[in-house]
Design a protein around this ligand. Structure first.
Ligand SMILES: NC(=O)c1ccc[n+]([C@@H]2O[C@H](COP(=O)([O-])OP(=O)(O)OC[C@H]3O[C@@H](n4cnc5c(N)ncnc54)[C@H](OP(=O)(O)O)[C@@H]3O)[C@@H](O)[C@H]2O)c1
Length: 335
């Protein structure tokens, strides 16, 4: 697989990563199978998808424990990307950016992941009750202590989801302000935010900021939470705990309206060969947005981990990209 270099610390990873969240969080809980997830991680590594993206809150904790079972044997092949700053309570997920908590959380992640060092430690969400410089300063101390190699900043949130375009790039002002503030404390190596064919907003707000500073960009939800693969049926519904059960893009109406996007991706896939899928074209589009961009498609299935890793071999033409740019904007928003 093509390798990409991200961040001031010049971190090298496979062009496509693996999002591990669906193995323990957010989607179709009834279909989680530990052994299948382990095979998915092994397959990703076999195919060069080295960046494994997790978080302490996925599960909570069980996703890191699962990865630890693979890392025990294959640490050298993997690039471990985890997150701190969100805690799962009885009723709510809450932010915690207090320095003492960050230090304890890092030690606990290292134990669960069965590794001595985390390659990329990301701030999952800034804590509104703690100056972001304080949280980031504590994370920087972990680099100095040799527990972490580089720092990342997650900017997944309402602004990124709303499909901001050139007309409202200002939606990212708040997060860009935070990025500038933490840069004064310690270099940001990667920003993680939503980027996909149906949520291209980061192209105008965040990607140029990253490109200008040599900061990597990890594209979360590059498959539109599965929708862009064309494997979800409008109106079929979701399990009550599935994040999509409450997502405005996953109402039966929005899903039916947005089928035009899947049709467009499938047409392009067909031109690239009988084995090429809409999901792979969606990932190839993300890869085409810059050499500093690494999609982290999430899955709990071995078959899809392999399919997604192989998307690195699908090279879109200028005509393909123009066709995707001409697809209709997605229906369904948080606004
Ligand atoms: N920093 C943050 O706050 C944040 C937020 C969201 C996500 N993320 C990261 O970004 C990663 C990716 O985002 P995501 O997992 O939410 O969304 P995604 O990658 O857009 O889509 C994941 C969904 O697509 C399905 N899928 C995956 N590959 C497929 C394929 N080839 N064909 C058909 N369906 C496929 C998966 O099904 P199965 O579940 O059945 O495998 C899963 O339900 C996460 O895993 C996580 O690491 C970070």
């Amino acid at each position: 697989m093509e390798r990409r270099t991200i961040g001031a610390a010049a971190l090298e990873v496979g062009a496509v990563g693996l999002g591990c969240m669906p193995m323990s969080w957010a989607y179709t809980a009834s279909q989680r199978r530990g052994e299948e997830s382990l095979r998915a991680v092994h397959t990703a590594l076999d195919l060069g998808a080295s960046l494994l993206d997790t978080a302490d809150m996925y599960g909570p904790f069980t996703n890191e424990l699962l990865l630890g079972r693979v890392l025990k044997a294959r640490r050298a092949e993997a690039f471990v990307s985890t997150k701190v700053g969100l805690q799962v309570g009885d009723q709510h997920v809450v932010t915690n950016g207090r320095p003492g908590y960050v230090r304890r959380a890092c030690d606990a992640s290292l134990r669960r992941l069965r590794t001595g060092v985390i390659d990329l430690y990301q701030l999952h969400r800034p804590d509104p009750d703690v100056p972001v410089e304080e949280t980031w300063g504590a994370m920087a101390e972990l680099v100095t202590a040799g527990k972490v190699r580089a720092l990342g900043f997650c900017a997944v949130g309402a602004a990124a989801r709303r499909g901001a375009g050139p007309y409202d790039a200002g939606r990212y002002d708040a997060v860009l302000g935070q990025l500038e503030r933490v840069q004064q404390v310690f270099p940001v190596s990667a920003v993680q935010a939503e980027l996909s064919v149906w949520s291209p907003g980061a192209l105008w707000g965040l990607l140029p900021w990253c490109a200008a500073r040599g900061v990597g960009f990890l594209a979360a939800m590059p498959l539109g939470s599965g929708f862009l693969s064309g494997t979800l049926t409008p109106g079929e519904g979701f399990e009550p705990e599935d994040a999509r059960a409450r997502h405005p893009r996953f109402t039966a109406y929005a899903m039916a309206s947005n089928q035009a996007l899947v049709v467009g991706l499938r047409q392009i896939a067909r031109r690239h060969g009988p084995q090429v899928t809409a999901a792979q074209v969606a990932l190839a589009w993300v890869l085409a947005q810059g050499p500093h961009v690494v999609p982290v498609p999430g899955t709990k299935r071995e078959r899809w981990a392999a399919e997604n890793a192989r998307a690195a071999g699908v090279l879109l033409t200028a005509d393909d990209l123009a066709e995707i740019a001409a697809l209709p904007a997605a229906v369904g928003s948080w606004d």
